[in-house]
Design a protein around this ligand. Structure first.
Ligand SMILES: *Cc1c(COP(=O)(O)O)cnc(C)c1O
Length: 406
């Protein structure tokens, strides 16, 4: 039996939705691999992957299978019970990382909220109530709850909501001297993205992460890596910290972890996890069997040498072509990032115009992202075929050519 669907258009958004987003003029209705079709049947190449979410493209057979099989089993049981997909996923994450314990949530912000609360709780329990300060990086992004916007170093997201969470300070990213000056025995945690995503695709320096790890150890502060964007294969390693050989105490994941199905995870050690005792924290949907079944399949596909090495090779393919476009049109000063998290920084003449580049790209049927006003971001499927990369970059170059010649 088919249910009659009401016709809807982009214009409906302005009538029925809260106006906190400004969605594009077209509505995507179907996706397959790295291609997306809109309501009119127009086909676009997807270099956006949602926002670094669709790690295996659209309708990946392994994910469709995991989701539909689980849909016929059981959807939800509450955390009064545990469930098989959640336990299988936790085993996979523990086996693949430094972590020994996993907390499952529904989003990046929720994973971070759990991480920040745990860091404070741990310090409170072990060292006393005076140790609650959190140091984070300027221009970082950790989500949109009040705690996470407070820790994220961007006033445009945190101002105007009344009093913030106390005890959060910000220092410039990749500035070890600033971190050294700010950290103290009152610091309970340092929170960093190993590759700043929303802030402009800025990878941490090796010496910086190593130095911060040593400062945390010297001051009994936990090191929290927010890998919501950089994790799950996007950097060419399963998690970006593995590129650096610097291990955090707590790590958060989301975005690519669900491949398009909402899920978040917080990973930590047994010793630290012990401080989230029964009743201390929780979530209704976190650990949902549908989400965990999908994420389990995502981990299985991504955590293989073929896929991870493929990400590194595809990085080179993007970089070579983007650098050629940069040289030919003078629109970019630098192409940076790791794996398939790539930023092209706009030159002075184009500063602030990332949105114009997005719009021009969309007209040529390729979806890209921005990371702030000055950086064009590419976060495609980790298994995007090389032919789609080439075709998408042909389209992107046409967009840049038209834009720069206009
Ligand atoms: C997207 C993002 C978040 C927030 O994730 P949500 O799922 O939107 O809550 C947190 N941290 C980083 C680094 C992100 O990129």
């Amino acid at each position: 039996m088919s249910v009659e669907q009401v016709q809807v258009q982009r214009a409906d958004f302005d009538q029925v939705m809260v106006p906190n987003y400004a969605p594009a003029a077209f509505i995507p209705v179907r996706g397959e691999g790295s291609r997306v079709w809109d309501q009119s049947g127009r086909e676009l190449i997807d270099f956006a992957g949602g926002i670094a979410v669709n790690s295996l493209g659209h309708a990946h057979p392994a994910l469709v299978k995991a989701l539909t099989e689980q849909a016929n089993q059981i959807w939800h049981v509450s955390n009064v019970f545990t469930n098989e997909p959640a336990l299988r996923l936790a085993h996979k994450l523990v086996d693949a990382t430094f972590a020994e314990r996993v907390f499952l949530a529904n989003s990046g912000a929720e994973a971070n909220e759990a991480a920040f609360k745990l860091a404070r709780r741990y310090a409170n329990d072990v060292y006393g109530a005076e140790k609650f300060e959190i140091i984070a990086a300027t221009n970082s992004f950790h989500g949109r709850t009040l705690f996470t916007v407070t820790v994220g170093g961007q006033p445009k997201y945190s101002d105007g909501f009344g009093p913030k969470i106390e005890g959060v300070t910000h220092v410039p990213f990749n500035d070890l001297a600033a971190m050294k000056a700010a950290i103290s025995d009152k610091t309970c945690a340092v929170v960093l993205e190993p590759i700043q995503g929303e802030g402009g695709i800025l990878p941490a320096d090796q010496a910086y992460l190593q130095g911060v790890r040593e400062l945390c150890d010297a001051h009994n502060a936990l090191l929290v890596f927010d890998e919501v964007q950089s994790g799950m294969g996007r950097s060419g390693e399963l998690f970006a910290y593995m590129n650096y050989g610097v291990t955090p105490d707590i790590l958060t994941s989301a975005k690519s972890l669900g491949g398009g199905f909402p899920i978040g995870a917080m990973l930590t050690t047994t010793e630290i996890a012990a401080h989230l005792a029964v009743g201390v924290h929780g979530t209704t949907y976190g650990g949902n069997p549908l989400a965990c079944a999908v994420a389990g399949a995502v981990v299985d596909v991504i955590n293989t040498p073929e896929v991870l090495n493929g990400v590194k090779a595809k990085h080179e393919r993007f970089r070579t072509r983007l650098e050629a476009i940069a040289a030919k049109y003078g629109i970019f000063t630098e192409v940076r990032g790791l794996g398939l998290l790539i930023g092209a920084a706009l030159s002075d003449a184009w500063k602030g115009k990332a949105r114009d580049v997005l719009n021009a790209a969309e007209k040529e049927c390729v979806m890209v992202l921005q990371a702030g006003p000055d950086v064009v971001r590419f976060a495609p499927s980790l298994v995007i075929p090389d032919a789609d990369i080439d075709e998408g970059l042909d389209r992107f170059e046409r967009a840049v050519a038209k834009l720069t010649q206009a």
